[in-house]
Write a protein of this length. Structure first.
Length: 231
């Protein structure tokens, strides 16, 4: 009897959380496809070199719809057990009235529109009992915003959450699991040096939360500890 390993596609896997998530799924015995922007060498390439062929790398600029479609075509013969989109930017902590239009557009396109384009385009590759996950943040929670700050980043994550909710409603009969994942406040370029968690503390919990929701269709907004995050 042939054993078939599960396959995860991690979009945005070149460094920090995405890279660690790719490594975590390799440790769990999965095959992993990770995307990087352009053709530059990254830590993901080093991980691939040591993976005995279980990690393959694809180039993807997520903000280019034609590249998302091309990736779908290249992976047309693969079946994904997990599609996970890990990509976000911030451009500093400005009050919303001081945010230039170009900055607003850039952050919204990267953090909200582009992940949803990936989800919409690559969904057919995901097995009927598979999982589609997107990295969100508790900063996207309207309920938890009691202190303000990071106006644009918060708004972009709230927009992402709303778009995923709309997607879930539109595909309500789908048997796939949909996840919005809050990794916690992690020490990355995005989270900053004062964040509470290391990447090594966050990512195993993210993976475990993904696994614990396997086979539970519908949309779940949860954190790396598996706890529900309020909308």
């Amino acid at each position: 009897m042939t054993h078939t390993r599960k396959t995860a596609l991690i979009v945005g896997a070149s460094r920090t959380l995405g890279l660690a998530l790719a490594a975590e799924y390799l440790r769990r015995g999965w095959d992993v496809i990770g995307t990087v922007r352009g053709n530059r060498r990254t830590g993901l390439h080093d991980l691939a070199d040591a993976s005995e062929g279980r990690l393959t790398i694809e180039s993807l600029e997520m903000t280019a719809p034609e590249q998302i479609s091309a990736l779908r075509d290249r992976l047309a013969t693969r079946t994904l057990d997990l599609l996970f989109v890990n990509a976000a930017i911030t451009r500093g902590d400005l009050p919303i009235g001081e945010v230039p239009t170009e900055m607003f557009t850039e952050v919204m396109v990267v953090n909200a529109l582009s992940p949803m384009r990936v989800v919409e385009t690559l969904r057919p590759l995901v097995a009927p009992a598979g999982t589609i996950g997107v990295m969100s943040s508790d900063q996207g929670s309207i309920t938890l915003n009691t202190e303000g700050g990071q106006d644009l980043y918060r708004a972009s994550k709230s927009a992402l959450n709303q778009l995923m909710r709309s997607f879930a409603a539109r595909t309500a009969e789908d048997t796939r699991t949909l996840l919005l994942l809050d990794p916690g406040w992690v020490r990355t370029d995005l989270g900053g040096p004062d964040a509470e968690l290391s990447v090594e503390e966050s990512v195993p919990g993210v993976a475990e939360t993904i696994e614990s929701h396997r086979g539970k269709p519908g949309l779940h907004f949860v954190d790396y500890r598996g706890q529900v995050v309020p909308w």
